[in-house]
Design a protein around this ligand. Sequence first.
Ligand code: DSN
Length: 429
Amino acid sequence: MSTPQNIPALLSQDQDIASLIRSEEKRELTWLELIPSENYVSRACHEAMGSVFTNKYSEWYPHKRYYGGQDFTDPLEELCIERACRLFDCKYANVQAHSWAPANIATYFALCEPGDTILWMDLWHGGHLTHGHPVTYISKIFNFVRYKMKDPDTGEIDYDELRRLAIEHKPKIILAGFSAYSRELDYQKFVDIAKEVGAVTMADMAHIAGLIAGKAVKNPFHYGFDIITSTTHKTLRGPRGGLILVREDVDIAKKIDKSIFPGFQWGPHMHIIAAKAVAFGEALTPDFQTYAQQILKNAKAMETVFRESNIRLLGWGTDNHLLLADVYGSLWISGKDAQNVLDEVGITVNMNAIADDPRKPMDPSGIRFGTPALTTRWLQESDCREVAEFMIEAMKNKDNWTKKQEIRMKIRIIAEKFPIPDNFISTSL
Ligand code: DSN
């Protein structure tokens, strides 16, 4: 029987769902995926996600579970924690957070009382909704104060303003992290400011966790950060999930464990914890370091092409896996139209607001794109340059059907030349 063994059953039992899965597989094979938060997980990871651990309830933590039958969940979770700590060079890990938002929210509740202040990076300057944007429920509970970039064209954070806000508001947490920011942060400055005002430092590394694990970018723990939160499915290339790491403070670690359970989440998803452990095992290998380095080289190659074409890049380029281009300001195409045109030619990106965007969030000025998934397919710098050139050509020819068909054919050829590697394809319906 082919792997995994549930697929033939799905095909005979529920053809509607089987057919949608097959269509998505085809899309993933024939389109080039450039959304910087997406990737392909390994076949081994898929198998762990599809395993019998999905059947098991395991509330609480290893060796103090509430339900019986935990002979195999305890060593599983312990192994996952041990791998996470080794990977990120820290003492404590909570691997139960279901995803990004639960990881962040549980951390706020672990360390703050209602009304306490958290300093975060403005959403329009690269931060994330889960950092306390006014549309979120958590913004009604905690007092979120925003800092920004000094200059969106260099990407430098306004550290003087950050320090001023910290002194004025006395935050419990200073949060460094982003979902649409392409430069490395000055972690030392965050730590120095936090020490001055007695705040805890939290780095939300959801986007760059794989780059940290692969030693391609700096690890905030090496500068004294107290906490890192993350997803496990972006550059880290694991299952959809969350992760909370604590450098060394046992009291913080205990508070976070209590906040996740019983404070906020209940049954942990043990099949996802199994898949997280597999992904951490993969990320501990030298091959993963090569992968992480190549992500950066590929992003730099795309940066060069966009710069040569005089397209404005926020932050003047990238130090990580992603780029944010002001396509409206440079090519007079809105972010939404650019996303649609690129989709038509077989390239998936996402529209994104840029700093101080004059346009509306649902049709902003920018697109965000990156190289984690392309690099899993082992595209190299010259290939990524070519993809960048096709992107620009497509955006410049948004109303030219013949040109778009031509580009679509060329993208299809690239997709065929760089198939998703065998060990990253998990189904064969
Ligand atoms: N989906 C996340 C990302 O793409 O960064 C944001 O929620």
